[in-house]
Design a protein. Structure first.
Length: 159
């Protein structure tokens, strides 16, 4: 994999190179809109919030626009961080990259000593999130034709 393995990138919207932003949006649309056949407003305005962090793994530090797996962290002042738009490119699924990114992101958030992290899991993937310590915290709901369940992960060392 180029320079020894996947490389983590973290950026706010105003620091993303246009080619990288394009790759992120293209991956999200390819998977969530085209593959999952879900028509919805992918560009929801949350990506451009100054508190949103974009995190992804690329095959090389020198090629950040080659997005292998991605997620974003939304964090409004006074609210728990919300992880969303978790996606891995189809040809790299089941390679462990999504798991690697989740472990890395959760370690970063744990360092911030926030009491909880939240996400809305597509129902079929809830078991995968449970592996990371997420637990359901609300009723199943349908968003854009897909069943989701709200989940939260308490900080492992603040209980």
């Amino acid at each position: 994999m180029g320079d020894g393995g996947p490389h983590l990138h973290i950026a706010a919207i105003d620091t993303l190179a246009p080619t990288t932003l394009h790759a992120i949006i293209k991956l999200r649309i390819d998977v969530f809109v085209v593959e999952q056949q879900c028509t919805y407003a992918e560009l929801d305005g949350l990506d451009v919030s100054p508190t949103t962090r974009h995190l992804w793994l690329s095959a090389s530090v020198d090629r950040p626009h080659e997005v292998l797996t991605y997620l974003r962290i939304l964090q409004e002042p006074g609210a728990f961080p919300m992880i969303g738009r978790i996606v891995t490119c189809p040809e790299r699924r089941r390679s462990g990259l999504g798991t690697q990114l989740m472990h890395t992101v959760l370690a970063l958030l744990d360092e911030e000593r926030l009491p909880e992290v939240h996400l809305n899991a597509q129902l079929y993937a809830a078991g995968w999130y449970e592996v990371f310590g997420f637990i359901p915290c609300g009723r199943i709901f349908v968003e854009d034709g897909i069943s989701h369940v709200p989940m939260r992960r308490p900080h492992p060392n603040l209980e």
